[in-house]
Design a protein around this ligand. Structure first.
Ligand SMILES: [Zn+2]
Length: 514
């Protein structure tokens, strides 16, 4: 691919043409066909050596899995060490030395085991792998998995997150506070931290703890909203716990993802559908995201015995597909279906859903899902004059939620959105410092990952985020809020400071007089 090869790198090359060119070049020079990664490495070396000029289009083509970066953020999932889970769920696999509910040959788990669950090494490993694949890691969403995070000791939680940040910062800080501070201007900025926990572990104390750690999103193991089903599956929490946790988290500005299961023992397709209908419309629920996965029978779970004894049946493939199609048809456009099928290798599944390409299947059937994931812009670009602004308002327990968005005219392509909460703060002494403030829970723009601080050609940083923020401030003012608080991830604090937001006394939210 060097300039002297006589093949011009300028102009646009379609993926197919690039493939052909690669093949022909390999044939001409009698060498094996080079991989995209190898080409990208050489390309970057040549740019560094100033032998060729950057070509954004070619670079994009050479990224093997561009989709991972298209929402603008590189995702890094790390696992906490195996620890006793407070639950004893019927369907949950338990393997030796693996955190409960996870299986040893899931990709993230394999990585964690390889690194002995060391947070620093897991993050370093992943950053390196992302770079090798040609991905940018300037913005990282850290996802901490491995079961109920809240059940781990406070000192382990603190050390774990500190070490993750150390790895991003390339520097060992004295303590968590220093690691957070360093990360605000690091080259790998942590723009959000997600943990997973059970609804019955969320109270005011835990929320303060999560904020101290820099957590911005909580995945709740809701599984079902039927107390009888929860009870039968030994979940040891109730739907009331879910309702309470949902409100508390929203009132503190967190983004919430529900984990929901289909085909749980004692449920059926009708009941499951009703669950989703309720979760999507009832003001007591309404999470921002959902992860839904059909219950599957794996050998290391108690459910395996039930299934062997004929006390449990998996839905047929047809039933599962039909159910998911029905759910996708009614998902509100402000919600995100994070994933459909759990990443369990099919070899581990004794009974249950084995279609791992369900999303593709739905697409083929022409089912249009309105969720934010299905609508996000990805590689699409748009002429600014064709952008349309709209606002969706929906009631939730404890306050009004607003979803502001920039889309294409038909609203099928999403370029940016913002989640604004106007809390009631009626009967609660809850998080006193936030009283009287509107809450900015999420601001997201889509498009190719644009470098922080550089001018961008793509969707990101075209000022759509800022435009939405101004609209949200105006709406809040009109609703008699004099301040706006934002639950800013560590790595986006600088962004908000530039827009006039300042630290409060407790340091965990950024606030602006509006
Ligand atoms: Zn969707």
């Amino acid at each position: 691919m060097a300039p002297h090869s006589g093949i011009s790198l300028h102009g646009k090359i379609k993926p197919k043409a690039l493939f052909k060119l690669r093949y022909q070049t390999a044939k001409k020079f009698q060498i094996p066909c080079p991989s995209n990664i190898a080409l990208l490495n050489t390309y970057q070396k040549l740019i560094k050596a100033k032998k060729i000029k950057p070509n954004a289009f070619l670079e994009k083509q050479l990224r093997t899995r561009p989709i991972r970066n298209l929402s603008g953020v590189a995702v890094i999932a790390v696992l906490t060490k195996p620890h006793p889970c407070p639950g004893n769920c019927l369907f949950c696999p338990t393997q030796k030395n693996i955190p409960k509910s996870y299986l040893k040959n899931e990709p993230a788990v394999m990585r964690a085991v390889l690194n002995n669950f060391d947070p620093y090494r897991q993050v370093k490993h992943r950053i390196k792998a992302l770079h090798l694949n040609g991905h940018n890691t300037e913005k990282i969403e850290l996802i901490i998995i491995g079961g109920t995070f809240s059940a781990l000791s406070k000192s382990y939680q603190t050390r774990f997150i500190k070490r993750c940040l150390d790895a991003m910062n390339n520097k060992t800080a004295k303590n968590l506070e220093e690691a957070k501070k360093l990360n605000e201007r690091a080259s790998n900025r942590c723009v959000g931290i997600t943990i997973e926990t059970r609804p019955d572990w969320i109270d005011l104390k835990e929320i303060k703890n999560l904020r101290r750690l820099g957590v911005t999103r909580v995945e709740l193991g809701v599984q079902s909203i039927d107390n009888k089903i929860l009870d039968y599956n030994c979940r040891n929490h109730t739907v009331e716990d879910t309702i309470k946790a949902t409100q508390l988290l929203k009132d503190a500005g967190f983004k919430i993802c529900y984990h929901l299961m289909l085909n749980l023992p004692r449920s059926n397709p009708e009941k499951d559908f009703l669950t989703f209908k309720t979760v999507f419309t009832d003001p007591r629920f309404q999470p921002d995201q959902i992860k839904l996965y059909p219950c599957v029978v794996v050998k290391e779970s108690n459910l395996y015995k039930f299934w062997r004894e004929g006390k449990y049946h998996s839905y047929s493939q047809k039933e599962t597909t039909e159910l998911i199609v029905k759910i996708k048809k009614i998902v509100p456009s402000y919600m995100r279906i994070v994933r459909l099928i759990r990443d369990i290798p099919t070899t581990e599944i004794e009974s249950g859903n084995m279609v791992s390409n369900l999303r593709q299947l739905l697409k083929e059937q022409g089912v249009k899902c309105q969720c934010t994931r299905c609508r996000e812009a990805r590689e699409k670009t748009i002429n600014p004059k064709d952008l349309v602004y709209s606002k969706i308002e929906y009631p939730t327990l404890g306050g009004k939620e607003m979803f502001l968005q920039y889309t294409s005219k038909d609203k099928q392509t999403l370029f940016a959105f913002l989640r604004l909460r106007l809390p009631v703060w009626k009967n609660s002494e809850f998080l006193k410092s936030l009283k009287g403030m509107a809450l900015l829970r999420e601001l997201h723009t889509y498009g190719q990952l644009a470098s922080i601080g550089k001018s961008a050609k793509y969707t990101q940083h075209q000022g759509l985020g800022k435009k939405l923020l101004i609209k949200a401030e105006k709406i809040s003012r009109e609703n008699n809020y004099s301040k706006m608080a934002v639950i800013a991830g560590i790595g986006v604090r600088e962004y908000y400071r530039r827009l006039g937001y300042k630290e409060m006394n407790d340091n965990e939210y950024l606030v602006k007089n509006i």
